[in-house]
Ligand binder design. Structure first.
Ligand SMILES: Cc1ncc(COP(=O)(O)O)c(C=O)c1O
Length: 391
C-alpha cells in the first residue's frame, strides 16, 4: 500500500491490485482441477464496502467472467460504468421492473413461479428473452423455491423457453454451512441440489451454469463447484472460514486498510476513567489518543474496550466505549496529535486485520468491512493499485 500523507481525519484505502491478485489466485486454484468452474466475483453491497466499480474492475482484471450483485440498481450501475460481461442480479421485490435488466443483458434470478411470471411478462413486453437462473432452496430456508415447488417452477420455465420468453441460463442454490466443512448440511444440500438438477433435466432444461459454492465451498469443497463458483469475501482477501483456515493460510491478502489521525493526545493518570459510563479506568499512567471514528462511521460499538489499533508500530487497546464520532485508544509514549492510528489492514506489518476486529466485536469480517467501508460510514475512501489501470 502506498503512503499517502495528506488525508486529514480518516481514510479507507482499498488496494485494487490486491483484489485483482486474490481473484487471479482463486481462478488459478479452481482451474487447476480438470473441468474447473468459471468464477463469479460478488460485488454487492458496494463491493463489501470496497467500492462497487473498483472491485468489479479488479475482479474482471483478475479473471472473473461473472459478477454477482443482489439489487437491480447495482447491476445497472455496473452497466453504466461500462462493464459488458456477464452479471447476475439475484434479489428482486414483488412488482420489480425487470425490463431494464433484460435490456441491459443482465441475468436475473427467479425465486418463485410468481417471480418467473413477472420476468416473462417483462420479456414479452420487450420482445426479447430474459436469461434466468432458477433458484432452488436446498436447505438454507432463505431465497429460492422450496423443493416442494421446484417441479412447478421448472415446468413453467420450460414453457417460457419453448415460448421464446426466457432462456434458463442457470440453476442454483446457496449453502448454509460451507464455513464448517464437516457440517452434515453440506452433504444434504448437495444431494438436494442433485435431485433438483435431475428434475430440471427431466423437464428438458439444459442450463449453461449450475452453481452452489460461495467462497468457503470454492476453497474447501470441490464437490460443490459445478460450473461456476460465486466468490465474495475471499476476493477481498478475508477468510470465509476463520475457524478452519486463516487468510494467510489461503494465500489471500486483505485489500482494505482503515486508518485515522489522532485528533488529540493526552496522558491519563492512575484512576482516570474513560468515555461514557466510565467502563475503563487507568490502572497505570498511559498515553491515549482520541481517534476520530465512531459508530457513525461504522465502527461497531461492540469494539468498546475489546478491539486494538496500531500506532507507531505498537499495538494499543480501545479504552472504554466507542462513541458516535470518536473513541479513545492507548498509544505509545511520544505519540502526538496528527499521528497515524491504524485500525486494521492487511496485517503484514503487525497491524490488526478485519478478521481480528470481527473476533473482538463478536461478528464476521464481512460485517466489519461492509459497514465501515460502505455507504453508512463517513470516512473517505481511496483506491490504489500498482499500475494505476484499475483506479
Ligand atoms: C447468493 C450468494 N452467493 C454468494 C455469496 C458470496 O458469499 P461469500 O462472500 O461467502 O463468498 C453471497 C454472499 O452473501 C450470496 O448471498
Amino acid at each position: 500500500m502506498s503512503n499517502h500523507e495528506d488525508y486529514q481525519r480518516a481514510e479507507i484505502v482499498v488496494d485494487l491490485s490486491v483484489v485483482r491478485r486474490n481473484v487471479e489466485q482463486l481462478c488459478e486454484a479452481v482451474a487447476a482441477h480438470s473441468d474447473g468452474p468459471a468464477v463469479m466475483v460478488v460485488v454487492k453491497a458496494d463491493g463489501y464496502g470496497h467500492g462497487l466499480f473498483g472491485s468489479a474492475r479488479a475482479a474482471r482484471a483478475g479473471g472473473a467472467t461473472w459478477l454477482g450483485v443482489a439489487h437491480r440498481d447495482e447491476a445497472l450501475d455496473l452497466r453504466e460504468d461500462g462493464d459488458t460481461g456477464r452479471i447476475l442480479a439475484w434479489l428482486a421485490m414483488p412488482g420489480e421492473d425487470f425490463g431494464p435488466l433484460i435490456e441491459g443483458d443482465v441475468d436475473v434470478a427467479a425465486y418463485s413461479t410468481a417471480q418467473l411470471a413477472e420476468i416473462i411478462a417483462a420479456a414479452k413486453a420487450l420482445g426479447r428473452p430474459a436469461r434466468v437462473h432458477l433458484k432452488v432452496d436446498t436447505g438454507l430456508s432463505r431465497g429460492g423455491v422450496p423443493m416442494s415447488g421446484w417441479a412447478d417452477l421448472v415446468t413453467a420455465a420450460r414453457t417460457g423457453e419453448v415460448d421464446g420468453h426466457v432462456v434458463v441460463a442457470g440453476i442454483w442454490s446457496h449453502l448454509a454451512c460451507a464455513d464448517e466443512p464437516d457440517h452434515p448440511a453440506n452433504d444434504e444440500q448437495e444431494e438436494a441440489f442433485e435431485e433438483a438438477l435431475a428434475v430440471a433435466a427431466e423437464a428438458g432444461l439444459e442450463p449453461e451454469v449450475r452453481h452452489l459454492a460461495n467462497s468457503a465451498a470454492a476453497l474447501l469443497r470441490p464437490s460443490a463447484w459445478y460450473d461456476l463458483v460465486r466468490v465474495g469475501i475471499a476476493a477481498y482477501g478475508l477468510t470465509p472460514a476463520p475457524g478452519v483456515v486463516s487468510s494467510e493460510g489461503l494465500g489471500l491478502v486483505p485489500a482494505m486498510t482503515v486508518r485515522a489521525r489522532a485528533a488529540l493526545t493526552k496522558d491519563l493518570a492512575i484512576g482516570d476513567s474513560v468515555s461514557y459510563g466510565h467502563t475503563f479506568t487507568a490502572d497505570r499512567p498511559m498515553r491515549v489518543a482520541l481517534v476520530p471514528l465512531g459508530y457513525g462511521d461504522g465502527i461497531p460499538r461492540h469494539a468498546s474496550s475489546t478491539a486494538k489499533i496500531q500506532s507507531r508500530g505498537k499495538s494499543g487497546a480501545v479504552l472504554g466505549r466507542v462513541c458516535m464520532d470518536q473513541f479513545v485508544a492507548e498509544v505509545p509514549r511520544g505519540t502526538l496529535a496528527g499521528d497515524e492510528i491504524v485500525l486494521f489492514g492487511p496485517g503484514e506489518n503487525g497491524e490488526p486485520t478485519a478478521q481480528h476486529w470481527a473476533e473482538w466485536c463478536g461478528t464476521i469480517s464481512y460485517e466489519i468491512v461492509t459497514r465501515i467501508g460502505g455507504n453508512a460510514g463517513r470516512a473517505e475512501r481511496r483506491w490504489t493499485d500498482d499500475d494505476g489501470s484499475l483506479v
